[in-house]
Design a protein around this ligand. Structure first.
Ligand SMILES: NC(=O)C1=CN([C@@H]2O[C@H](COP(=O)(O)OP(=O)(O)OC[C@H]3O[C@@H](n4cnc5c(N)ncnc54)[C@H](OP(=O)(O)O)[C@@H]3O)[C@@H](O)[C@H]2O)C=CC1
Ligand SMILES: N[C@@H](CC(=O)OP(=O)(O)O)C(=O)O
Length: 336
């Protein structure tokens, strides 16, 4: 079997560490694995499948001889290094938002638009995590009835803000328990025992950058330029797995029973919908696995024709980031 030299840019972060795990879990055909991070982490030891690896400081030379780069760093780092990696012959799957809306860069969810991978010119972008979870859940319904409008509220876990976000919730809960002052670093306010209706900065109309991603990225992924999305993104004191309340208005008629039949057999989805018996998706249940759980499917009551409401949860560090990226890399090597 052909094997590949793989580098993870940002290997010490929340997404990077998960990428290592997923590459191993899915037996990705690796020849050499390079773990890249900042100078702060250089020399740090990490164990992968009982083998010790040393984290390397990222430099321009880090990409020599690399076939596949999985990007798990912020936009500025992605912009600095990923074009160099492409120039040196690597194919890049990037988790940052730096290239997502670039016309030369496919934006891919394997359950939705796998064939777009073939259009790449070196970089393929992984969509925003809340967008991946929503669109995986929506895909079987969209393929049948065509989504035209969505109203979404997200409940986003602190792990969406990386290792710093996870640490902050842990430290605040401990501080409150020990009657010590609460320190706020990564979020706008205390997140422990709170909700914060801000993820990213706001535009002139009052929508946050995170809220606009679902419309802009959704249109590109679904090749659905008319899709309109009204989204409210909220950070919640949950460690892992994002949850979303979604109302979708479709072009064609679709009822609850049909939606359940479609979702039951859909790729990447688990139908978890028996509210009378207290069966519905919850973030504790979706953590550390790859399926998006969908439930609470109802007919819209607010007078919109052909509209359904549902609730979904998914592990955004896995399916919303690392797993989606490794699935894309698997599609890439099928075509190499
Ligand atoms: N967390 C999530 O659920 C999701 C995250 N994303 C995106 O993925 C990317 C990574 O996010 P996340 O893992 O949460 O972030 P983290 O803060 O947890 O990790 C950031 C990583 O970037 C590395 N890094 C920082 N500076 C440099 C540098 N100068 N050179 C090389 N590497 C550097 C860090 O290394 P060091 O440890 O040395 O500082 C670390 O490995 C971001 O673009 C984010 O928007 C996308 C979807 C979901
Ligand atoms: N912003 C998301 C996670 C993320 O990093 O998304 P993006 O790559 O689109 O910035 C969250 O905080 O939950």
């Amino acid at each position: 079997m052909k094997t590949y030299n793989v580098a993870i840019l940002g290997a010490t972060g929340a997404v990077g560490q998960e990428m290592i795990k997923i590459l191993m879990e899915r037996n990705f055909p690796i020849k050499e694995l390079h773990l890249l991070a900042s100078a702060r982490s250089a020399g740090k030891k990490m164990w992968v499948n009982e083998k010790e690896y040393t984290v390397e400081e990222t430099t321009e030379n880090s990409f020599d001889g690399i076939d596949i780069v999985l990007g798990a760093a912020e936009n500025d780092i992605a912009k600095k290094y990923l074009p160099i990696a492409v120039e040196k012959g690597a194919v890049v799957v990037d988790n940052s938002s730096a290239y997502r809306l670039d016309d030369n860069v496919p934006l891919v969810i394997p359950e939705v638009n796998p064939n777009d991978v073939k259009k790449h010119k070196g970089i393929i972008a992984n969509p925003n995590c809340a967008t991946i979870i929503a669109l995986v859940a929506l895909q079987p319904l969209h393929a049948y009835a065509h989504a035209k409008r969505m109203v979404v509220s997200t409940y986003q876990a602190v792990s969406g803000a990386g290792v710093g976000g996870i640490r902050e919730l842990q430290q605040q809960v401990e501080a409150i328990h020990d009657n010590k002052p609460v320190e706020v670093k990564n979020f706008q306010y205390q997140i422990a025992y709170n909700l914060i209706p801000q993820i990213g900065g706001f535009n002139e109309e009052g929508y946050s950058s995170e809220e606009m991603k679902m419309q802009f990225e959704g249109r590109k992924i679904q090749s659905n330029p008319e899709l309109s999305v009204n989204c409210t993104c909220v950070r919640v004191p949950v460690f892992r797995s994002h949850s979303e309340s979604i109302m979708v208005e479709f072009e064609k008629p679709i009822d609850v029973e049909k939606a359940k039949v479609l979702l039951k057999d859909a790729a990447g989805v688990k139908l978890v919908d028996d509210p009378v018996n207290k069966v519905y998706p919850m973030p504790l249940d979706t953590t550390d696995q790859d399926l998006v759980y969908v439930g609470r499917i109802r007919k819209d009551m607010s007078g919109h024709e052909n509209a359904l409401s549902f609730w979904c949860c998914g592990d955004q560090v896995r399916k919303g980031a690392a797993t989606n990226a490794v699935q894309i890399a698997e599609l890439v090597i099928q075509n190499m």
